[in-house]
Design a protein around this ligand. Sequence first.
Ligand SMILES: *Cc1c(COP(=O)(O)O)cnc(C)c1O
Length: 358
Amino acid sequence: MSRFWSKVVEGLDPYVPGEQPTIPDLIKLNTNESPYGPSPSVLEAVRAQASDTLRLYPDPESIALRDALATYHGVRRANVFVGNGSDEVLGHIFAALLKHDAPLLLSDITYGFYPVYCRLFGICYETVPVDERLCIRVSDYRRNAGGLVIANPNAQTGIALKQTDIVRLLDDHPDSPVVIDEAYVDFGGETAAKLIGNYPNLVVVRTFSKSRALAGLRLGYALADAALIEALIRVKNSFNSYPIGRVTQAAALACIADDGYFWETRDRIVDQREKLAKSLTQLGFDLIPSSANFVLARRPGYPGPQLATELRKRAILVRTFPETRISDYVRITIGTDHEMNQLVATLSELVSDAPRPG
Ligand SMILES: *Cc1c(COP(=O)(O)O)cnc(C)c1O
């Protein structure tokens, strides 16, 4: 604290991301990055940008990139907004679309950044509890709301909602923005992008950080009706008119073009997730069925934070959520085959000392 701080800064409660330590031979399974690097053509595109043209500003409207994303999703350029990571895209959405008299509705178990934006932008919100199996029940959202933000598949649990449930949320709230954060959708969810033409209140948010192995590049985007995209562009041009650098625009274009590599790495991650789920079940873990690139698991008799601490001593990082209803769980990002084998071997040593459940 300092006397130079504004009241706004004093009141902030910033998001704390998973740690990015530099431990040698670390098995990093705590922030849902892809275990595979980007495709060779993406790296080539990045190298090609290392030139004299870096002295020039990038295209402020990211036209080529938005056109490529529009083609990929079967929408128009006017339906696409790009930002410096989906966190920034979400920030603009909260600022532009979600401040109303009625409260914003958020799940009690979801991405921890949403309430942080509410505090930053002075948005009142209410949390809606997930059910005892940690599922979002869309009927619980049938109440007065200034807007909804739902991660699908949900953050921390990996549970995906069906398209019919998304449609129900949209139909129940025709006069409020409904934001669907699809950070993990490529690993098993169904995208709501194809509903955009029918629902002027729908905003779909996507990222290149997870399934596209480009967390270090920082690119996210939103798909929505042109009027909502225009609101985001107004906020962007009141904040930072060149959010996407030349390197990022070129790399993302190459990434979209390399569909083969995308599906190959995506399929490998899904296969490894299913394999890990089997191994964890054999070790006596309870698992939440995941449609994402992570699994949320708990071992009865072995508290999550304690397990995470023991794993960390053995250079394996996983994530825990200490102050929530999922505090006895660990969230494990799907890594390479080798990393998953190491993890399972380490876990089986650790839990062999703990009493077997049931
Ligand atoms: C990882 C994640 C994000 C942030 O993605 P970036 O594009 O890297 O900013 C947003 N929402 C959810 C649910 C996430 O898991």
